[in-house]
Design a binder for this molecule. Structure first.
Ligand SMILES: Cc1cc2nc3c(=O)[nH]c(=O)nc-3n(C[C@H](O)[C@H](O)[C@H](O)COP(=O)(O)OP(=O)(O)OC[C@H]3O[C@@H](n4cnc5c(N)ncnc54)[C@H](O)[C@@H]3O)c2cc1C
Length: 143
């Protein structure tokens, strides 16, 4: 470990922002035994997430498969291609599709965060190719 000056702090996992992304990163870091420091630039915790509708777009979840309107990953991929087009890295989209359901399961198994299928709740542009009629947007809750 490198020596550090007085007033400096050394951590395993430094997270900026206390929205869903930052809090999830910090939570997982802690769950995995890391020394975590979460920095928030405002006086309030929660970011935009705190005022959002509380749903997230994660296709292919276990929760969705249990609904009368299950989504599927190939349709979700087509929908993303249509919605995002040439913007944004394809690798990021593929990472979302590949690891989104795993993320939900990780949180369910290791924390008190729970998601339930928000069905029927269609994609914003459900009429577009690949658009889901319901199931792709699990909603967050807790025990
Ligand atoms: C009214 C409303 C309703 C919405 N409803 C939905 C919905 O139903 N479903 C959905 O999927 N999405 C919804 N959204 C969008 C969703 O809320 C955001 O996409 C999501 O919350 C972004 O999460 P995040 O963690 O990436 O960012 P944020 O929640 O915005 O968090 C970013 C945090 O980082 C902090 N920060 C920024 N820069 C720094 C820095 N340099 N140092 C330290 N901290 C910093 C910010 O202050 C903030 O707290 C909604 C948004 C709004 C406004």
């Amino acid at each position: 470990m490198m020596p550090h000056a007085p007033g400096e702090q050394q951590v395993d996992w430094l997270v900026f922002g206390s929205g869903a992304a930052g809090l999830s990163a910090a939570l997982v870091g802690r769950m995995e035994g890391m020394d975590v420091l979460l920095c928030e630039k405002t006086a309030l915790i929660g970011g935009t997430t705190a005022t959002s509708g509380g749903t997230i777009w994660v296709p292919g979840s276990r929760q969705s498969q249990a609904t009368p309107t299950p989504d599927d990953l190939s349709s979700a991929r087509r929908y993303l291609e249509g919605e995002v087009g040439a913007h944004g890295a394809v690798e990021l989209r593929e990472t979302l599709l590949a690891t989104g359901p795993e993320m939900l399961d990780y949180l369910a198994e290791n924390t008190e965060v729970r998601f339930k299928a928000n069905s029927p709740y269609p994609d914003y542009h459900a009429e577009q190719p690949g658009g889901a009629q319901g199931g792709a947007c699990p909603v967050a809750g807790s025990l």
